[in-house]
Design a protein around this ligand. Structure first.
Ligand code: ADP
Ligand code: MG
Length: 810
């Protein structure tokens, strides 16, 4: 027998009307409910079963609840039941309509029946011109349109009578058109003026350059107007309000009105109307990818309601719930995808290595410093991975200056000791070249030092060949380098993207390391991995990502963190200066130069283009050199210089030939010049926290007290917030958390190629949703890793659709 929802609704309504005293049914609601559930039986469709379950959980222990909770319980239950009813009605209607459509199809052969994947041009009322415009928004199918979510909402839900209007308020009024006329001003602007009245008064509404409105504003017509109350010659008016004829279901006024991304030739109103009819018709047809049990345990809306509510929310609360549901779903698909990726990667046969601790210890002991305990721990984690049969995929996070390079080098030594090659890829030539030099120097120093204690280890260390491959090498050099790599003559290879280009083959790549990995796309990481037979992979990042986010973007990786800086690292004194203090900043910088120290000056971020940015840097350089520091030696570095010139400038700066390096943000990653003690950032308010932290990390790398001076002309409120935080916080992870809080995960997902499929809603979501989704994904994965149980098949299909062809990468 199917559950008698009508009976239940009747009882609940009566209970509500009686003030939730629990005296409507004899024996109490609990008892009634138990009997009702028994009657409902278990053989019915799963949809109504889950509804029954939902109702029971909501109302459980009703007698024990205080009245206020009873009120809420009843209200929520009724809401659920009624939504469900409406849906059933809608579905029935839809079936009828489909019947009609089929009949139509019968009479007009060749016209395929529409579904969610149908192109929009097949939808009635959408012409080919309009379809093209929608394509510019990435909308091709009915489903795409349903997933084109509002960017924001205008709150026109506050209904007022005309006598209640106040200047400056956003309001909605309902009234009748008393009169309307078109006028032309002396400057040729068309005005359409209408007097609108309700029982409390009249108000004038004015529209500009839309003379055709006059025909629609027929006298006596009931209309709804939404907008901001303005003032004209002492009278209140509505200027260019949104409006529509009064009806039951308002679309453009009198509610939370969705605002969609605009495209040329498609008015906001037209797009909203189209979305409204599409959502109304198609949302009830959407099949929910989330199993009912999951929706229930995480208290998520069903897909139909969520889609309806995100477009045309009943109120802010429903909107939040709709977003929550859609966001959760997207995060879940991400998580299931990455977990699957990880599983498939780890099932491949890897290259187990033998970790020779004598050599490793000899290396570590011969370093000019002692590894921090965090470095030791992480090295141990990596060494442990290298011994496994399955390939390592590990993310090594560590704050700027925490000493990741030396850990990477130690790991590479293990590979070399096992007769394999190791490669490290960096995002810029400057950084690759720096790594090459550092690795070579450390190796030589260590080899000499080790000689005293362990001759065997010293022999190994001193014969290791380190090679550099970047795009700026000459053709002949490149060829030679490639030959050496293929022949195995080079054992440690440092390079840029040039490494993953055609023609580079390794003799036997055992370990691939990617530095500053957020600068690379998934495809590039995959390409490097493909250079060996399932090599171990270590990716490193100094842009600390809060753990939860890391698990999302890099959920397929294991995570190691160096959460400790080498001892005696000085705090970089950070000061946010007022524009008037620029001269003081220059004087301070000069003082440091007099002490033989060096300084960076970062030019403001200009987003338009690298070319404009370079130009600005050149003129700032001239201004500083000619006007401010004529007696100092200044270097200039920007992204438009060729690599040889960049290297040259960096070399001169490193060798102390330049006192000051004027540069665009290209020095952001990795650069290590220990004698530099001043980082002066112009336009500091334009940078994100993580980036400012990176800049600051360029100084304070030697033994001298260092300073970070931040200048901002007229920072926005958010800009000021960031500057205040960076001034007081040194901890990169804390800063990243703050960044995330201030800007939301969207910034992280949006930045460069995170390797994720397009996200529609997840950008809106917050970290808590992400955590929940992660938990849900892990549970699902544990229970049914291949998602092959019947109730998970739909979800499995969604995961495949969501990830498309990308699943094999990374
Ligand atoms: P990052 O993690 O930002 O890549 P680097 O590997 O460039 O940091 O290290 C920053 C500096 O700290 C280098 O000059 C390096 O030689 C030095 N360093 C690394 N580990 C230690 C340590 N345990 N003690 C002292 N100095 C260290
Ligand atoms: Mg580094």
């Amino acid at each position: 027998m199917s559950p008698d929802f009508d009976k239940l609704i009747k009882i609940l309504v009566a209970e509500r009307e009686d003030g939730c005293q629990d005296r409507i049914v004899i024996g109490g609601l609990d008892k009634f409910l138990a009997a009702w559930v028994r009657e409902a039986g278990t053989e019915t469709g799963s949809a109504s079963q889950s509804l029954v379950a939902e109702v029971t959980t909501r109302l459980q222990g009703y007698a024990q609840k205080p009245i206020t909770e009873r009120v809420i319980a009843i209200r929520e239950t009724l809401k659920t039941l009624q939504t469900d009813r409406q849906q059933q009605v809608a579905e029935k209607e839809h079936k009828l309509r489909q019947g009609e459509a089929r009949e139509e199809k019968g009479t007009r052969p060749g016209q395929p029946a529409l579904d969610l994947k149908s192109p929009l041009s097949a939808v009635k009322g959408v012409g080919s011109a309009q379809a093209r415009r929608l394509e510019r928004l990435g909308v091709h199918t009915v489903e795409d349109l349903i997933h084109l979510f509002p960017r924001r909402y205008d709150d026109y839900s506050r209904l007022k009578t005309i006598s209640q209007l106040h200047y400056g308020e956003e309001v909605t009024i309902i009234g009748a058109v008393r009169e309307a006329k078109n006028q032309k001003t002396r400057r040729g602007i068309h005005l359409t003026r209408a007097i609108i009245s309700d029982s409390t008064g009249t108000v004038e509404a004015v529209w500009f350059n839309q003379p055709y409105l006059l025909r629609q504003l027929r006298r006596g017509r009931r209309v709804v107007l939404s907008g901001r109350v303005d003032q004209y010659l002492g009278r209140l008016t509505l200027q260019s309000p949104q409006w529509e004829p009064w009806k039951d279901k308002l679309v453009h006024t009198g509610r939370l009105v969705p605002v969609y991304p605009l495209t040329e030739g498609l008015s906001a109103r037209r797009l909203r109307t189209l979305t409204q009819s599409t959502v109304e018709r198609w949302a009830p047809q959407m099949v929910d990818g989330l199993p009912a049990s999951l929706r229930q345990s995480y208290n998520l809306l069903d897909v139909t309601t969520a889609i309806q509510q995100i477009h045309f929310p009943d109120d802010w609360n429903s909107l939040a719930r709709a977003r929550h549901r859609l966001c959760f779903e997207e995060f879940l698909l991400i998580q299931l995808g990455v977990l699957n990726q990880r599983l498939s990667w780890q099932q491949r046969p890897g290259r187990p290595m033998v970790v020779d601790h004598t050599t490793l210890n000899a290396f570590v002991n011969a370093l000019p410093f002692t590894l921090t305990s965090a470095q030791q721990r992480v090295l141990q984690e990596i060494a442990n991975d290298l011994q496994q049969r399955r390939p390592m995929s590990r993310l090594l996070q560590g704050d700027v200056g925490s000493g990741k390079t030396v850990v990477a080098l130690a790991a590479m030594l293990v590979a070399v000791a096992n007769g394999m090659q190791a490669v490290i890829m960096a995002p810029t030539e400057i950084l690759a070249e720096q790594h090459h030099r550092t690795l070579t120097t450390i190796l030589h120093g260590v080899a000499d030092e080790a000689h005293e204690r362990d001759a065997g280890a010293a022999r190994l260390l001193s014969r290791i060949q380190v090679g550099l491959l970047t795009g700026s090498l000459s053709q002949i050099e490149k060829e030679e380098r490639r030959r050496q790599i293929a022949a195995g003559e080079l054992e440690i290879i440092v390079g840029t993207h040039a490494l993953i280009q055609e023609g580079v083959t390794f003799k036997d790549l055992g370990l691939a390391i990617i530095d500053e990995q957020h600068r690379f796309g998934v495809a590039q990481r995959a390409a490097l991995r493909q250079k060996g037979h399932n090599p171990h992979v270590l990716v490193m990042s100094a842009t600390p990502i809060p753990r939860t986010l890391a698990l999302t973007i890099y959920g397929d990786l294991d995570l190691s963190t160096i959460d400790e800086l080498p001892p005696h690292r000085q705090k970089v004194i950070t000061k946010w200066l007022a524009p008037l203090e620029r001269e003081r900043a220059y004087a301070f910088l000069r003082g440091q130069v007099e002490k033989e120290r060096q300084a960076f000056i970062i030019c403001p971020l200009i987003e338009e283009s690298e070319r404009i940015e370079a130009k600005a840097a050149v003129s700032e350089y001239k201004r500083l050199q000619d006007g401010v520091f004529p007696d100092l030696r200044l270097g200039l570095l920007h992204g438009r210089m060729n690599s040889a010139d960049k290297d040259e400038v960096m070399m001169r700066f490193r060798q102390g030939e330049y006192n000051v390096l004027v540069t665009t943000p290209v020095v952001e990653v990795g650069i290590d010049v220990p004698n530099a003690t001043v980082m002066l950032v112009e336009g500091a308010d334009r940078f994100g926290l993580a980036q400012l932290h990176q800049f600051r990390g360029r100084v304070g790398r030697g033994e001298h007290q260092s300073y970070c001076l931040l200048l901002a002309e007229s920072p926005s409120f958010e800009g000021e917030q960031r500057l205040k935080i960076i001034e007081t916080t040194q901890d990169g992870f804390l800063l990243a958390e703050e960044d995330l809080k201030m800007r939301g995960p969207g910034e992280f997902f949006g930045t460069r190629q995170s390797g994720l499929p397009d996200l529609r809603v997840a950008k809106l979501g917050d970290v808590r949703v992400l955590e929940q989704a992660r938990r849900a994904a892990l549970d699902l994965f544990r229970e049914d890793p291949t998602l092959s149980q019947p109730e998970h098949q739909l979800l499995a299909q969604r995961v495949r659709e969501f990830w498309g062809t990308q699943t094999d990468l990374s």
